[in-house]
Design a protein around this ligand. Sequence first.
Ligand code: AMP
Length: 576
Amino acid sequence: MSAQSQTDTAPDIIVGIDLGTTNSLIGYYSDDGPQLIPNASGELLTPSAVHLSGKSDLTVGAAARHRLVSDPDHTAARFKRFMGTQKVFRLGKTDYRAEELSAMILRSLKADAESHFGHPVTRAVISVPAYFNDLQRKATFAAGKLAGLKVERLINEPTAAALAYGVTSDTEETLLVLDLGGGTFDVSILEVFDGIMEVRSSAGDIMLGGEDFTDAVFHDFKEQIGDAARDLSPEQAAGLRALAEQAKIALGSAASVSPEFVIGETSHELSLTQDRFAELTKPLLDRLRRPIQRALGDAGLLSRDLDRVVLVGGATRMPIVRQTVTRLMKAFPEHGLDPDSVIALGAGVQAGLLSRHAALEDRVMTDVSPFTMGIATSRREADGSISSGHYQPIIERNMVVPISRVDTFSRMDAKSNMVIVEIYQGESPRVAENVRLGEVKLHLGGENSGQDDFDVRFTYDVSGVLEVIATVKKTGRERRLVIEGNAGAMSAAEIDKRLKALSGLKIRPEDQSANKVAIARCKALYENSLGAKRVHVEQAMSDFEAVLRRQVPREIDAAREQLTALLDELERSSLF
Ligand code: AMP
């Protein structure tokens, strides 16, 4: 351990933690910049696995990960994505929620830091995926509390990665950070000037990651095996997938690989060449483009405005990913920092900013909201019918946080006494395709005009936690969004379903009628626009849906032609 200055070892030091799906790390800000703290085995990476034997014999990290195979009934791993859900993991006779298991990891990291510093550590910054919703963020705060840590701030993972790079910039510059991990792809744009590190925008694809590249190879291997692939046992399938993962990694330094896969008496010689890998993964590589364009568009920048393009995340080790990024950005990307530790280093920088470390005194960081948040509304259409399930954004994505905004609403039915304000996050104009965060019930009281009945205020803080307050105008009565604890938490299946819905339109064009294509185009354009343009698109889409409901083919054809012309024009006018 190197000599530490007084600021490094002050008892109120704040640590930065990357609480990862597979591995977790802990760091802090020192006089020499962000540093990582080794665990009891001298490793920087602590596998996010927990083993519990008897009532209290807890093992965390590499040892626990090995028990996944030898003692699966007492071991848990890969629980991060279930934070904030009701899913429980059974260890022996007891059920644990994901936040409790995360707390066990946090406690172990905290103990490593305490033995490193020689004094108690009680304050932390924890990184979370940008797409984590309110429940998942609150669950992360809860995990910290269970571990005896005061969570001073949550930081979005792509923001942390950007900070780790940004803190090294002395000059004015604009960086684009591409983070392709196991399951998600994140893009963020960071501008550094006069000591200010400003996240200008972030975007991503929550269903694109290194695991999809492995799956593409896995499916190809199954085809190579032929009929025998249909009868694979779960263990054999897991073995073949592991082979696909190894082949994917080996192609980083080999022109081709020819692994052997044995089923019973038969040995299958498999093959994967660079060309075949490029062919198999083309649809995945094509999906890198859209989030990059969205992040640039939201920041009002063109690719030539960027000074550096930086790669983060294990899957950016694939040469084919680097080549694709080089082609898309017309610049060679950098990958100077170790992709495994860059998020923890960035969390360490944020911890240094919060504890006002002397070396960061004149540095300030600003972040943006990674997604749009709003409420469900109904509206009366031109033909007098009422349609519900519309999305009214209140805080739009990529607004600088903290932010507080209020909007005024009226009830649809002037005679009704109560409204339920449903709160959503996401980019679709239809709430059914966004993530539902909760609801607020409001008693409006008495007869009213049905005009400007209530206000809804959204306040989004620097940790990405949302507070919603609805106020009845006439009485001043207030209601806050209550995340309804266990009972109200979404099930893992529901969250999965909603997150999938968020990942954009995955429609095979041949399945679609011209009308569905037009609606899909509206939704895509809505997702990629902001402000007035969004309102325009959403109105055009609603008008078209109203025509569709009337079911008069001639009218539908005319309306579709008009809508298509409008979409052409709006798309042309966008930055790309
Ligand atoms: P992360 O979540 O950032 O650790 O990224 C994990 C993903 O990176 C997994 O899908 C791994 O298969 C992938 N990965 C890690 N190392 C390599 C490598 N050398 N070549 C290709 N993919 C890798």
